[in-house]
Design a binder for this molecule. Structure first.
Ligand code: 13P
Length: 254
């Protein structure tokens, strides 16, 4: 598939996989995906598996991401992980502001903005997540909510940093529900996100930023979703936990 921006497809393993299970998965992905050059491939294991998975992907086309990080560089922050600690494992990407963290850890746009800035300072590429709930969509507030999340979560980034940031549009009602946004619904919000980036930054930045779609992405819908003009990749949860489904999601887009 010809795309204006190179697709970036990331697996968010969430709170799944022991180290042994993570090794099985990443070894299988290496075998299946070795020939793929058309797509940037990222896996985001839990922190406890980063060290071992990192060794496995060193000589491969798979890049490593983390699922969260602290906005602080270090110190008395019990249970937190800093950007510098992630860099030790050759982590290149970090998911920030996932809706599950916004919901269960009460992460705000302001906190996500601090984390995004800390990630860039450490030369990590943030994957900043935004997306509306079902109630917000049904109330016709999708653009208002996503616009507010974008302005808040990207506050303080300069144009260069924004170009190196990935956005993930993940409608909350599509996450883990088996009910994906239709390609048209995804495209509509992705185009809105790009217009908003043009307004906050400029047209050149807006054209360069890659916007992933996330929410019940599967082998059967990845091609159609990724064929939309403003959909530049996917952030995959459940279907990234198996070699077959994650590699088929990627291969089906080529
Ligand atoms: P599912 O693919 O399981 O719907 O999860 C999407 C997601 O939250 C990825 O970050």
């Amino acid at each position: 598939m010809q795309k204006e921006r190179k697709l970036v497809i990331a697996g968010n393993w969430k709170m799944n996989k022991t180290v042994a299970e993570a090794l099985d998965l990443v070894q299988g992905l290496k075998r299946e995906l070795a020939p793929v050059k058309e797509v940037d491939i990222v896996v985001c294991p839990p922190f406890t598996a980063l060290g071992e998975v990192s060794k496995q992907v060193l000589d491969s086309n798979i890049r490593l991401g983390a699922q969260n990080m602290s906005e602080q560089n270090g110190g008395a922050y019990t249970g937190e992980i800093s950007a510098g600690m992630l860099k030790e494992f050759s982590v290149r990407y970090v998911i920030l502001g996932h809706s599950e963290r916004r919901q269960f850890q009460a992460e705000s746009d302001a906190l996500v903005a601090k984390k995004a800035l800390a990630a860039h300072t450490a030369a990590l590429k943030p994957i900043v997540c935004v997306g509306e709930t079902l109630a917000e969509r049904e109330a016709g507030q999708t653009e208002e909510v996503v616009g507010r999340q974008l302005r808040g979560s990207l506050a303080g980034l300069n144009k260069e940093q924004m170009q190196e940031t990935i956005l993930a549009y993940e409608p909350v009602w599509a996450i883990g529900t088996g009910r994906n946004a239709t390609p048209e619904q995804a495209q509509e919000v992705h185009a809105f996100i790009r217009r908003t980036l043009a307004a906050i930054f400029d047209g050149t930045v807006a054209k360069r930023v890659r916007i992933q779609y996330g929410g019940s992405v599967k082998p059967g819908n990845s091609r159609e979703l990724m064929s939309q003009a403003d959909v530049d990749g996917a952030l995959v949860g459940g279907a990234s936990l198996e070699v077959r489904s994650f590699s088929d999601i990627i291969k089906n887009t080529i």
